[in-house]
Design a binder for this molecule. Structure first.
Ligand code: NAP
Length: 314
C-alpha cells in the first residue's frame, strides 16, 4: 500500500479531468489524475466527433481522449489507475483511498468523475445486460449486424444511437414514452427520413423477453402508456438511451447535490461548499454535457485550485 501526494488531485480522466490536469501541470502543480475502469470517460464510447472545435475533419472520441491524456502527461501529469472507494474531505489535505488500500492525498481536489448511463430498472433488463441489452450503440452495435434492434429514449443520445445502429441492423425501432422527441431537429429529420427506422410513440418497455442458457434477447413487451395495451415486438437487442446519472455516490455525505445527485457548485465557479474541493464536467452539469463544456469547466477548476493554493501560501 502506498501513499501518493499531490498539490492537485484529480479524480476522473474525461475531458474535464484531463483539461484540469493540463492547466494544473503547466502551473507547476504536478497533478495526479486517478482514473477508474474507463479511462477517458464517456468520449471513449463514442465514435465520430464533429463538434469539438479545432478539427476540420471528423475525429474519433477515443483518439481525442488519447491525445488529451498524452498532452496532460507531456506537461507533467501523473496518471494512476485505481478505483476510489472512500474519500475524507473533513480536513486538508484531502484523502482518497483506492480499493487496494493505496491513498491519494491532495492539497486540493478536483472532482471530474462524470456520469454513467441510466437504466430502465426492469429485472429482465438486468438479466440481459451484456447479452442483448446495452447502453452503448457504438460499443455493441456491431454485434447486431443483420439483426433487428430497439432503442428507448427521446433525447439526442437516443436519436444518435438509433441512427448509428442503422449502419448495422436491418431495422431499428425507437420506443419513446411521449408523442414527440426532445432531440435536436436536425437529428429528428435524419431519423424520420431513414427507411430502416420506425418509431413507436407513447410507449414504454415493460419487459425484455429472451432465452436462458445462454441468455439471448428475442423480443420486448411494449406497453402503450395511454391505453395500457401490451404488444410484442420481435428484436434481437435493446439499447437504453434515457440519460445519465452522475457518479457522485462517494461524496454523498460530504458535498451538496441536487435532487438528481449532481454536485452543486457556486454559480460561475467550480467551487463546492468545501474550500479546496472543486467539481467540473458532467458530474456538476446536467444541462450542456458536452466535451467542450467539460473541458472548459476543467480549466476553470485548475485555475481556481491554483488561486486557492496561492492563497494558502503554496
Ligand atoms: P436526455 O436529453 O435527458 O433525454 C433522455 C430521454 O430519455 C428523454 O427523451 C426522456 O423522456 C427519456 N427517458 C428518461 N427516463 C426514462 C425512462 N425511465 N423510461 C423511458 N424513457 C425515459 O438525455 P440524452 O439524450 O442522453 O442527452 C443528455 C444531454 O447530452 C442533452 O443535453 C443532449 O443534448 C446532450 N447530447 C448532445 C449530443 C450532441 O450534441 N451531439 C449527443 C448526445 C447527447 P422525456 O422526453 O419524456 O423526458
Amino acid at each position: 500500500m502506498s501513499e501518493h501526494r499531490s498539490k492537485v488531485l484529480i479524480l476522473g480522466s474525461g475531458p474535464a479531468g484531463l483539461t484540469a490536469a493540463i492547466y494544473a501541470a503547466r502551473a507547476n502543480l504536478a497533478p495526479i489524475v486517478v482514473h477508474g475502469m474507463q479511462p477517458g470517460g464517456q468520449m471513449t464510447i463514442t465514435t465520430d466527433v464533429e463538434n469539438y472545435p479545432g478539427f476540420a475533419n471528423v475525429i474519433q472520441g477515443p483518439w481525442l481522449m488519447e491525445q488529451m491524456q498524452k498532452q496532460a502527461e507531456h506537461v507533467g501529469t501523473r496518471m494512476m489507475a485505481d478505483t476510489i472507494v472512500k474519500v475524507d474531505l473533513s480536513k486538508r489535505p484531502f484523502v482518497c483511498t483506492g480499493d487496494g488500500g493505496d491513498t491519494y492525498v491532495g492539497e486540493t481536489l478536483i472532482i471530474t468523475t462524470g456520469a454513467s448511463a441510466r437504466w430502465l430498472g426492469l429485472p429482465s433488463e438486468q438479466k440481459f445486460r451484456g447479452f442483448g441489452v446495452s447502453a452503448c450503440a457504438t460499443c455493441d452495435g456491431f454485434f447486431f449486424r443483420g439483426k433487428e434492434v430497439a432503442v428507448v429514449g427521446g433525447g439526442n443520445t437516443a436519436v444518435e444511437e438509433a441512427l448509428y445502429l442503422t449502419n448495422h441492423a436491418t431495422k431499428v425501432t425507437l420506443i419513446h414514452r411521449r408523442d414527440s422527441l426532445k432531440a435536436e431537429k436536425i437529428g429528428q429529420k435524419r431519423l424520420f427520413e431513414n427507411p430502416k427506422v420506425k418509431v413507436i410513440w407513447d410507449s414504454a418497455v415493460d419487459e425484455v423477453v429472451g432465452t436462458s442458457d445462454p441468455n439471448s434477447v428475442t423480443g420486448l413487451k411494449v406497453k402503450n402508456v395511454k391505453t395500457g395495451a401490451l404488444s410484442d415486438l420481435k428484436v434481437d437487442g435493446l439499447f437504453v438511451a434515457i440519460g445519465h446519472t452522475p457518479n457522485t455516490e462517494l461524496f454523498r455525505d460530504a458535498l451538496d447535490m441536487d435532487e438528481n445527485g449532481y454536485l452543486l457548485t457556486k454559480a460561475g465557479t467550480t467551487r463546492t461548499k468545501i474550500p479546496g474541493v472543486f467539481a467540473a464536467g458532467d458530474v456538476q452539469d446536467h444541462i450542456y454535457r458536452q466535451a467542450v463544456t467539460a473541458a472548459g469547466t476543467g480549466c476553470m477548476a485548475a485555475l481556481e485550485a491554483d488561486r486557492f493554493l496561492a492563497g494558502q501560501g503554496h
